[in-house]
Design a protein around this ligand. Structure first.
Ligand SMILES: CC(C)(COP(=O)(O)OP(=O)(O)OC[C@H]1O[C@@H](n2cnc3c(N)ncnc32)[C@H](O)[C@@H]1OP(=O)(O)O)[C@@H](O)C(=O)NCCC(=O)NCCS
Length: 329
């Protein structure tokens, strides 16, 4: 369900042309030749991107234009999603806004959309684009004329609505399983080569495995702009609260989400009278170890997960529980 954007290359052209020329899409968008797409790959003013799932399956493409525009006005020229009504379009729009305003430093992101393209107009409006006006009957078609709606978003609208917002935390539900699996996969991907294959598979569970966890575990998620950017789960283990599957997406790191998730767990553990928190990590997850140490975890021993070294860390909650009891007196 989660998607990412990457640059289009020669080997994607059959997919792009197939999507562009299919009957359900071509009534709503312009069409280019193979050569026009190819030229766009290297054009300074354009960005040609494939929209793909985390597993690398292409589900659409997008073209941005006006990257070198002196007015800092970037045109969102074309988007096609091949697997419709699964949320890919809205997710892609969020990433495009982020790219345009945060990386390309646009002042304005604009697009035009055919008046009768109700689905596209719906997602643009839902994602905060404002209607500027209608270019009435500006397109000549076989049996008449069509109008275009011009829509845009300005930098301050993007900033006030979408950034500088602290991610919110909540308890996860089984419907979140797919996104949680994607967050785990994306967050651990950079370390895959340090794990044995079996240990990596155990670290990055499948959607079904996550769904099964809901019976016995409590899972938290952190959300930013309605998207899950972090997760952690807990399970009761020998009178300790065992923490596992903690992950924050690379782009969401550095915002203290990890600390907030741990604090949430600690509050829960204290309320339930647990004596300690425990977890296993691996020696190469240095950033995570730093966070655990900062939060009061100490090393307790070493182990092994299918040939990958493990490090056990614990935090005693006795003092915290006692403190809470005293405060209640
Ligand atoms: C427009 C397009 C990019 C949207 O992508 P998508 O992945 O299908 O969109 P999502 O699944 O994220 O969202 C679809 C939304 O449209 C709504 N929708 C579906 N059909 C609709 C219709 N006929 N009228 C109004 N809304 C409609 C869905 O309910 C959903 O909204 P919700 O999440 O608020 O319930 C895609 O359908 C597409 O490629 N269309 C053909 C090419 C095109 O039109 N490109 C845009 C040119 S401007």
């Amino acid at each position: 369900m989660k998607i990412r954007l990457r640059r289009t290359n020669e080997s994607d052209l059959d997919f792009v042309l197939g999507a562009e020329q299919s009957a359900e899409n071509r009534i709503f968008i312009g069409a280019w030749t193979r050569e026009q797409h190819r030229v766009a790959f290297d054009a300074k003013d354009l960005s040609h991107l494939i929209i793909e799932t985390i597993e690398g399956k292409p589900v659409g493409y997008v073209i941005l234009a006006g990257l070198a525009d002196a007015n800092e006005s970037i045109e969102f020229r074309r988007i096609v999603i091949t697997e419709k009504n699964q949320g890919y379009g809205k997710q892609a729009l969020r990433q495009i806004k982020k790219l345009a305003f945060e990386e390309l430093k646009a002042h304005r992101l604009w697009l035009d959309v055919k008046e009768e393209n109700a689905r596209a107009r719906h997602i643009y409006k839902a994602e905060g684009f404002v209607a500027e006006g209608v270019l009435r009957d500006c397109l000549k078609i076989e049996n008449g004329y069509e109008s275009l709606f011009v829509m845009s978003m300005l930098r301050d609208e993007y900033e006030s609505r979408f950034i500088n917002k602290q991610p919110s935390l909540r308890i996860a539900a089984p419907e979140d399983a797919e996104e949680i699996a994607a967050v785990l996969a994306e967050s651990f991907a950079e370390h895959e080569s340090s794990y044995t294959a079996k240990a990596y598979a155990a670290t990055v569970p499948t959607v079904d495995e996550i769904k099964q966890r809901f019976g016995e575990e409590k899972i938290w998620v952190a959300l930013s702009s309605d998207e899950i950017v972090g997760t952690v789960s807990i399970i009761d283990k020998n009178k300790a609260l065992y923490i596992r599957s903690m992950a924050i997406l690379p782009e969401a790191r550095g915002n203290r989400i990890g600390e907030r998730l741990l604090k949430e767990i600690e509050n829960y553990a204290v309320a339930c009278n647990y004596q300690k928190l425990s977890l296993n990590t691996t020696p190469f997850l240095k950033r995570a170890i730093r966070l655990y140490k900062k939060f009061g975890f100490v090393r307790r021993g070493a182990g092994d997960l299918f040939g990958t070294p493990l490090l056990t860390m614990e935090k005693s909650l006795k003092s915290a529980a006692k403190f809470k009891r005293e405060m209640k007196k």
